[in-house]
Write a protein that binds this ligand. Structure first.
Ligand SMILES: Cc1cc2nc3c(=O)[nH]c(=O)nc-3n(C[C@H](O)[C@H](O)[C@H](O)COP(=O)(O)O)c2cc1C
Length: 190
């Protein structure tokens, strides 16, 4: 009975969810050009809040260079906090917990999306798909440190916006996965 999906659950840190149903992150690609939240997004989450114990938002980029596609949420600067707060508050209706998914697209971004800037990754190796992927620039060690800090700053912004937590998007061949993969990471430094 305690494992019933409709029963609540308490995480070790004390956070409780009213049931064990989680809405997985699904980007709607409806943010403004700069990643700011639109009313369409707020309405999308409001329409789904209340049922699941937890809703995870679509991905939000933690730095400008981490943007992967048009219409993506951004958590890369403080001016995104008021819009993100509208999303968190829409999800909180009827007790659903709100999680912001955060990421950096790395070499899965393009010069077009980055308005001319070269995408970055662990090493200067293009993704094998799509076939015309831009070759990224290998991040400097200092950039890696800054990007790690950016994940932390993004988490602070999520907390300020009222989210209950963040999810690190480490799948789907984005930057975190690129660092784990010998296909993308052939660095010899630490
Ligand atoms: C339209 C759409 C957008 C998605 N966006 C994200 C996303 O932003 N982050 C993520 O981790 N997964 C994303 N996914 C993957 C889903 O969260 C889910 O893992 C995937 O659809 C597999 O579940 P399914 O077999 O029930 O579809 C997306 C999926 C869809 C269909």
């Amino acid at each position: 009975m305690t494992n019933n999906v409709l029963n609540g659950y308490q995480f070790k840190n004390g956070l409780t969810v009213k049931n064990r149903i989680v809405m997985s992150p699904m980007t709607t690609m409806t943010s403004f050009y700069n990643g700011m939240v639109t009313s369409d997004e707020v309405n999308y989450y409001a329409a789904r809040a209340g049922g699941p114990g937890m809703i995870i938002t679509g991905v939000a980029n933690v730095t400008a260079l981490g943007k992967g596609f048009e219409g993506e949420l951004s958590v890369a600067s403080d001016d995104m906090i008021p819009g993100l707060a509208r999303v968190a508050s829409a999800i909180h209706q009827n007790g659903t917990k709100a999680i912001l998914q955060i990421f950096h697209a790395g070499r899965k971004s393009t010069r077009k999306v980055l308005r001319g800037a070269q995408p970055v990754s662990a090493s200067a190796i293009a993704a094998s798909y799509p076939a015309d992927s831009d070759t990224p620039r290998a991040m400097t060690e200092a950039e890696i440190e800054t990007t790690i800090t950016a994940f932390g700053e993004a988490t602070t912004r999520a907390i300020k916006a009222g989210f209950d937590g963040v999810e690190l998007h480490g799948a789907n061949t984005y930057l975190l996965q690129q660092f784990f993969s010998p296909n993308a990471n052939q660095r010899t430094d630490q």
